[in-house]
Design a protein around this ligand. Structure first.
Ligand SMILES: Nc1nc2c(ncn2[C@@H]2O[C@H](COP(=O)(O)OP(=O)(O)O)[C@@H](O)[C@H]2O)c(=O)[nH]1
Ligand SMILES: [Mg+2]
Length: 233
């Protein structure tokens, strides 16, 4: 194995239906399917990402749950040796955030190694006009517990690469703080991706971009089609 490549085990946890599998599919394949997403039960899939700033690559071995989270029946093996844990909630479902705070966060704390890097993904950000958990409240919780935080949308791809970039950067540089950088594109007023590592090199502005700027509901069908024409380098 190339000495400039590190392998990290990443686990995604959270209530059923928050979008864990969709986040993984978006990250791995740049795809989103609204229906028919079933978790295969395969142990993990991986993707290698370059971190030119650190002259390193990270192979993320991403573990998905196979529905056991519905019954809160994840075994210790699932968490064992995890380098990164991503706690996912759905911004339109208050109880998914309550469960994150009261159950999933404790699961990680109790079952993952002490040095496990933990990030919260506030998913379904495309539906922020239906938001039931304020971003401030969730950020406050993350800050109190020393966790990283990203708003994400598996549907639009917003924040997904950044989520992995954050945790990878944190692994390579414990002082890394995404809020120090101008690349924090979670801001609702700022959808520009200024991120040097994952620049979007082609992005067409359409009706949904205008709606997003105004905080209006997005046209999901158009959004899905449009996303096919996004390219990342
Ligand atoms: N609008 C929207 N829907 C999403 C997003 N991510 C997932 N979904 C939908 O939420 C549902 C559950 O997603 P899934 O990935 O299976 O959730 P999981 O049970 O946590 O793995 C599916 O109907 C997805 O299409 C998102 O970012 N935005
Ligand atoms: Mg799933």
């Amino acid at each position: 194995m190339d000495e400039n490549c590190e392998t990290l085990k990443v686990v995604l946890i959270g209530e059923s239906g928050v979008g864990k599998t969709c986040i993984i599919n978006r990250y791995l394949n740049n795809t989103f399917e609204e229906e028919g997403m079933s978790t295969t039960g395969a142990s993990y899939a991986s993707k290698t990402m370059l971190f030119p700033v650190y002259n390193k690559a990270i192979k993320f071995e991403i573990w998905d749950t196979a529905g056991q989270e519905k019954f809160k029946a994840l075994t210790k093996i699932f968490y064992k040796d995890s380098d990164v844990a991503i706690l996912v909630y759905d911004i339109t479902r208050k109880e998914s955030f309550e469960e994150l705070k009261n159950y999933w966060y404790n699961e990680i704390k109790d079952n993952s190694p002490n040095n496990c890097i933990v990030s919260i993904a506030a998913n379904k950000f495309d539906l922020y006009n239906e938001e039931k958990v304020s971003e401030d409240e969730a950020r406050k919780f993350a800050k109190e517990k020393g966790l990283m935080f990203r708003c994400t949308s598996a549907l639009t791809a917003e924040g997904i690469d950044d989520l992995f970039k954050d945790v990878g950067s944190k692994y390579l540089d414990p002082n890394y703080n995404p809020d120090d950088n101008s690349n924090n594109n979670n801001n609702k007023e700022n959808n520009n991706n200024n991120n040097k590592d994952f620049q979007i090199i082609e992005k067409t502005k359409d009706d949904n971009d205008n709606k997003r700027e105004k905080g209006l509901k997005l046209d999901i069908k158009t959004e899905k089609k449009k996303k096919k024409s996004y390219f990342y380098c």
